[in-house]
Write a protein that binds this ligand. Structure first.
Ligand code: EPU
Length: 362
């Protein structure tokens, strides 16, 4: 949908008027999702639709056959592990558009539609002279998927800059605007992984970018990367370039080797458990949290268990970052899951810590 239209149909109150929108919904059956998930898993969707407009969503909700099917909402497919064919309806969000929608003395509000590529959107904000999102450069996936797991990297996370989003709620068949407080953002977590999972579809996301920009160099590796290039007073683009360089070095490119980024979350433990572990493993990598708990580097623990670079069948552990599981070619989702289960068992046996998966597993 074009932005001019989007502005007309989403007035200040934030509600879309579907009557102003058109639908041209085409349903397809038995569609391979291999090109639509970054793990490159060849699972099939029983029914598949591409969603471009709110009216498409209205049409799906109004159709007794389509609305009765279980739903899987697909953005960039970069945080997803498909373990079997999906016997319901896959909604592929392909709506595009991005623009500045408001400004004050302190902030500029930018909005992008769900189907926009996240990295291209970040680069676009920087090209407009609107810094803020640079630490989140090169994260795979779409804008609409970004709030679901509150994407984060290199000392920053989406929630810091999030302003609001518009969603379509299949339970009420209405569009709604959610604020940051409504989204229950946590570490790689939000309401979209819980109460609103598969019930709501994110249509667009708005960000509040600060006019008074300060570089965020809290992440030691990022500061070191800039120092290595003798950049002492970095611009936002310098930071984006440094993040891109680190990511290219450490993380596999999904276009070359299937993966969904970190497969596990970094577990959070109590101070007491951390102290016990540290006494036993002085090299333990950990980060103190504001609430007194301690986050442990799961990648370090998996690496210590000897998994880095290893494979079980066609599923493997990346050789430069043990937190990332990869498809070495032709893996089924169940192969990846079987490997993940072995890793979880080993980490539990050795460190007494339970790892949780980060991607959505279907
Ligand atoms: N480490 C190892 N061996 C490994 C991997 C890591 O010893 O195989 C050690 C590193 O040396 C470092 C520590 O563990 O001391 C942490 O590693 P890293 O800096 O690579 O970050 P991470 O905690 O493993 C998190 C995010 C990434 C994000 C990076 C950078 C999670 C689950 N992952 O990884 O996010 O890019 O920090 O901010 O929080 C993603 O979510 O998909 C993702 C890639």
């Amino acid at each position: 949908m074009a932005w001019i239209l989007a502005e007309k149909i989403r007035p200040a109150g934030g509600r879309y008027n579907p009557a102003l929108m058109k639908t041209a919904l085409t349903r397809r059956h038995d569609v391979s999702l291999r090109e639509l998930n970054t793990f490159g898993i060849d699972a099939h969707a029983h029914t598949f639709v591409s969603v471009k407009t709110v009216a498409d969503l209205e049409a799906i909700a109004a159709d007794p056959q389509l609305s009765a099917l279980p739903r899987l909402i697909l953005g960039g497919g970069s945080n997803l592990l498909l373990t079997k064919d999906f016997s319901g309806l896959v909604l592929h969000m392909v709506n595009t558009g991005r623009m500045v929608v408001g400004e004050s003395e302190q902030q500029v509000i930018v909005r992008a539609e769900a189907g926009e590529n996240w990295h291209e959107f970040v680069q676009w904000t920087l090209a407009q002279g609107l810094p803020g999102l640079e630490n989140l450069s090169l994260i795979p996936g779409s804008v609409g998927a970004a709030p679901i797991q509150n994407i984060g990297a290199y000392g920053s996370e989406l929630a810091e800059f999030f302003h609001s989003l518009t969603l379509f709620d299949f339970a009420t068949r209405e569009t709604r605007v959610l604020s940051r407080e409504n989204c229950n953002f946590g570490y790689r977590d939000s309401i979209f992984k819980h109460a609103l999972r598969d019930r709501a579809v994110i249509i667009d996301v708005s960000f509040a970018l600060p006019r008074q920009w300060h570089p965020n160099l809290r992440y030691a590796e990022l500061a070191a990367e800039l120092a290595a290039h003798s950049v002492s007073d970095p611009t936002a683009q310098d930071i984006a370039d440094a993040v891109i360089a680190i990511r290219r070095r450490k993380l596999p490119d999904p276009a070359q080797i299937g993966n969904a980024g970190s497969f596990f979350k970094n577990p959070v433990v109590s101070q007491a458990q951390h102290a016990q572990l540290l006494a036993k493993y002085p090299q333990l990598v950990s980060y103190a949290q504001a609430d007194g708990s301690v986050k442990l580097a799961a990648g370090w623990m998996i690496d210590q268990c000897g998994w880095k670079g290893r494979s079980v069948g066609a599923a493997g552990v990346h050789d430069r970052q043990a937190l990332v599981l990869v498809n070495r070619g032709g893996a089924a989702g169940s192969d990846v899951l079987a490997l993940a289960t072995k890793i979880v068992e080993d980490v539990r046996t050795r460190f007494g810590v339970s790892l949780e998966t980060e991607p959505v597993i279907v």
